[in-house]
Write a protein that binds this ligand. Structure first.
Ligand code: PLP
Length: 374
């Protein structure tokens, strides 16, 4: 089966094999594994040892995003409240908004079309218009429509305006470049074990600015989601320790995934995903379907395609028939109009994507979907 979803992704058998063991989290052998993971992840983030630190939480990307928002942005009720600007060009940015609002943080959104990246000037203008904004929380690669926001240029705008950046890099970290050493405005960059790093799902990471995480003490209003507490715990008892029981097997597998990431190289991994995306995007057009994005703004992580307007097309049917042909994709979509979504990440190659194009073509033929685009 070819798994083409934007996380959890298709993994290597060597990564999955690392699950098949019993592990005690406090065992010195395991502690050295986690401590090493922290160092290696810091390196991938371009962090400076001592200035930046890798903090981890059990669970999914939403959990680590909530933790970062709570930790770095003081609540609306705080003596000096924070205020978050969210460039809103996709449903995952909308998730950041919901996490922040439900945590009682002040939020202002910058509504943008989801079919292009946010322009740095738009963010600069929003920051200039509201001096109370303390933070920009941005999604790097939008999983909703598939565009990639320019973290480099928007980070520079945030820096110039004297504000702070919280970067949801969950979908692209390990492929899309981001170098913390060059982003002193960044409080934290977030990602998970199960997307472009090609591990299994279960761990959320935040690589944080140490001075900022220390200064954020008391903000979180939650023990579970307090990254200052995660940092303090590591300082007190050592970098191989978790506060609460971690998914130890997933961490063991993640270390193997990091070995493959190092062997492939980040630039080569990005190039592979870009080629995966290009092959699929062009393949869709060739078989008469209409990609949601223009090819000039199509990101490497996920492709969104308009559902055929044919009355005979039904998404779950299509997914089931496609699965019968060996390709598994999401059975939902995140765009205002009906689409289907196909991940381009994980241990998949351009040849796999070409196979997926053929499978989509054959599936539509089998389902007698004749009108493929409007
Ligand atoms: C996958 C993803 C998340 C987190 O999703 P979880 O299901 O909570 O792991 C957050 N942001 C983006 C952009 C994502 O693609």
């Amino acid at each position: 089966m070819l798994l083409l979803i934007p996380g959890p992704v298709q993994t290597r058998p060597e990564v999955r094999a690392a699950l098949a063991q019993d592990i005690a989290p406090w065992d010195n052998e395991f502690k050295s594994v986690f401590a090493e993971i922290r160092e290696r992840v810091l390196g991938i983030a371009g962090g400076i040892p001592g200035e930046h630190a890798t903090l981890a939480l059990q669970g999914c990307g939403h959990f680590i995003m909530e933790a970062a928002l709570r930790t770095f942005v003081p609540a609306a009720t705080a003596a000096a409240p924070g205020k978050i600007l969210i460039p809103l060009n996709g449903t995952y940015a909308g998730r950041v908004e919901r996490l922040a609002r439900e945590a009682g943080r002040q939020v202002v959104t910058l509504a943008l079309p989801e079919t292009r990246p946010a322009a740095p000037e738009e963010v600069a203008a929003a920051l200039a218009a509201d001096p109370d904004i303390t933070h920009v929380a941005m999604v790097y690669s939008e999983t909703g429509a598939g565009i990639v926001n320019d973290a480099e240029a928007i980070g520079a705008v945030v820096r110039a305006a004297g504000r702070r950046l919280i970067l949801d890099a969950v979908s692209g970290f390990g492929a899309l470049p981001f170098n913390l050493a060059e982003h002193p405005e960044c409080d934290a960059v977030m990602f998970t074990s199960g997307k472009c790093l090609e591990g299994l799902p279960g761990i959320g990471f935040a690589v944080v600015n140490v001075a900022r995480v220390v200064a954020a003490a008391g903000n979180a209003g939650s023990w579970s989601f307090d990254l200052t507490d995660v940092y303090g715990h590591a300082q007190r008892v050592g970098w191989g320790n978790f506060r609460f029981t971690p998914p130890v097997q997933v961490l063991a597998a993640f270390k193997v995934a990091l070995d493959f990431h190092a062997a492939e190289g980040q630039a080569a991994r990005l190039a592979r995903y870009q080629e995966n995306s290009r092959v699929f995007h062009q393949g869709m057009r060739r078989i008469g379907l209409r990609p949601y994005l223009d090819e000039s703004v199509q990101g490497p992580i996920i492709n969104i395609v308009h559902q055929p307007p044919d009355a005979g097309f039904q998404l779950q049917n299509f997914i089931d028939e496609l699965k019968r042909r060996g390709v598994l994709i999401s059975n939902f979509y995140n765009t205002p109009v009906p689409t289907f979504r196909v991940g381009c990440i994980g241990t998949v190659t351009p040849e796999d994507m070409a196979r997926a194009v053929v499978a989509v073509d054959e599936t539509l033929a089998a389902l007698q979907v004749r009108r493929r685009s409007a």
